[in-house]
Ligand binder design. Structure first.
Ligand code: HAM
Length: 429
């Protein structure tokens, strides 16, 4: 029986694999220039890592985690996101012992048992950043700026940056109470999800895609009316800094985010083209999470981060016809004539590969036709031909298929031809 890939997963090969790695390179490069360094954490963690942080009120922990009991009877979860593992690692490895701001980025697969659809996968990839230490509106704005600059570097210009503040502590508790009071008399008119969220995480009711236009949703109290002056001032300063950076944004009162760890500033960047089926697709999202290090029994360390969905970025690249330039690499194919020359060909192949060249050779054919086919299939620029004549005259024949030239040179000149340093190549006689 044929075995296919699991629903909600993708295979990347050929050009898509190239695009995937291209996005990793661009995002890492921009993050590095902002002073971020890579952190690599395990793909699975103790389930507790996510329950404590993402929270039992979230859809992720409630119904989307790939959780299993391992052979040692431990509950293990394939990571559904990267913030919790990075925070766990930050605390566990006592990275906070060195003062200052600690800035990390990561790239890798995440797993959520969601209903698969365009842009919603069960295994997807995030590029994320997390900055620990430092709580200043300029940092919040600069992180949003970083996210914005990565998208610009990829060439994705039609985007909308949505930002909000959701407060923290007592103020947020009061707001949640106010929301409950507001919704309670109307619960029977709301969707099933909203009824559940009312019990577990009323804030998320504002996120509802089903009831969002209902009058009761529209008249829900706004968080800004419940926040203390200092939180509002902080948010005001984040917006001023964004204006200063020249980052266009929209203040969105109803942006709440679905993970429990967020405090204060939250944001989302969505694709913005009303004529496209991808309109409003969330490309990236993040915010502050000032108490997460404490939830992992670490010291108080305010933090902020975001993560972008790589597969969604790939969809947008296709939509916008953004291509990754196919850099023609100087692949070499070594072609030999006759049984005896194959070993010489293999030796030359080994020499060139160890000098960092990409080299192809047909291991078995002695006929020219299949060997030229290999050169063609691999898009080789150079074709080196070794026949008995070349061997005996200590020469080598090189065809340049881009320049459409062919030369016959003495073997010692091979190194100079390919710009190779170090010992020269010689036939093994
Ligand atoms: P999130 O909003 O759950 O936040 O995910 C961030 C991004 O990952 C989304 O905007 C989307 O592009 C992508 N994404 C999420 N779920 C899927 C899926 N099922 N299929 C494809 N792409 C998806 C977080 O994960 C937070 N950890 C972000 C963060 C980092 N906050 C602070 N630091």
């Amino acid at each position: 029986m044929k075995v296919n890939k699991i629903k909600g997963t993708l295979d990347f090969y050929q050009y898509d694999a190239k695009k995937y790695r291209y996005l990793q390179r661009i995002a890492s490069g921009v993050a590095e220039s902002f002073g971020f360094r890579e952190m690599i954490t395990p793909i699975f963690e103790a389930t507790e890592v996510f329950v404590r942080s993402v929270g039992e009120g979230s859809d992720i922990v409630n119904k989307e985690m790939y959780t299993f009991i391992d052979r040692g009877d431990r509950s293990i979860t394939l990571r559904p996101e990267g913030t919790a593992p990075v925070t766990r690692a930050f605390v566990e490895n006592k990275l906070y012992a060195i003062p200052g701001i600690h800035k990390f980025y990561y790239f890798g697969p995440m797993f959520r048992y969601e209903r698969p659809q365009a842009g919603r996968l069960r295994q997807f990839t995030q590029f994320g950043v997390e900055a620990f230490g430092g709580e200043h509106p300029n940092l919040d704005a600069d992180l949003i700026n970083l996210n914005y600059q990565i998208l610009q570097a990829i060439g994705i210009k039609n985007i909308k940056v949505l930002i909000n503040t959701i407060g923290s502590g007592k103020a947020r508790e009061n707001y949640v109470e106010a929301l409950k009071l507001h919704f309670e008399p109307h619960l029977s008119t709301l969707c099933e999800d909203c009824k559940q969220r009312y019990q577990k995480n009323p804030l998320r009711m504002l996120d509802c895609k089903v009831d969002c236009h209902s009058p009761i949703m529209q008249s829900a109290p706004l968080v800004s009316n419940y926040l203390p002056e200092e939180d509002l001032k902080y948010f005001q300063d984040v917006m001023s800094a964004l204006n200063f950076f020249g980052i266009p944004f929209e203040k969105s009162d109803r942006l709440v985010r679905g993970l429990d760890y967020y405090t204060n500033t939250v944001f989302e960047i969505v694709y913005d083209d009303p004529n496209s089926p991808l309109n409003n697709l969330a490309l990236s999202a993040g915010g502050r999470y000032n108490s997460l290090t404490r939830d992992f029994d670490g010291p108080d360390y305010p933090a902020i981060g975001f993560a972008m969905g790589i597969e969604r970025l790939m969809m947008v690249m296709d939509e916008l016809d953004i291509t990754v330039s196919e850099t023609k690499d100087d692949t070499i194919t070594v072609i030999t004539l006759g049984e005896k020359m194959k070993k010489q060909g293999l030796l030359l192949t080994q020499y060139l590969r160890l000098k960092g060249k990409r080299v192809e050779i047909d291991y078995q054919s002695h006929n020219l036709k299949p060997q030229f086919k290999l050169a063609d299939r691999t898009g080789s620029r150079y074709i080196i031909i070794i026949g008995l004549d070349e061997f005996e005259n200590n020469q080598i024949r090189i065809k340049d298929s881009w320049e459409k030239t062919e030369i016959l040179i003495p073997v010692p000149e091979l190194t100079a031809f390919f710009g190779i340093e170090g010992e020269k190549y010689a036939y093994q006689k």
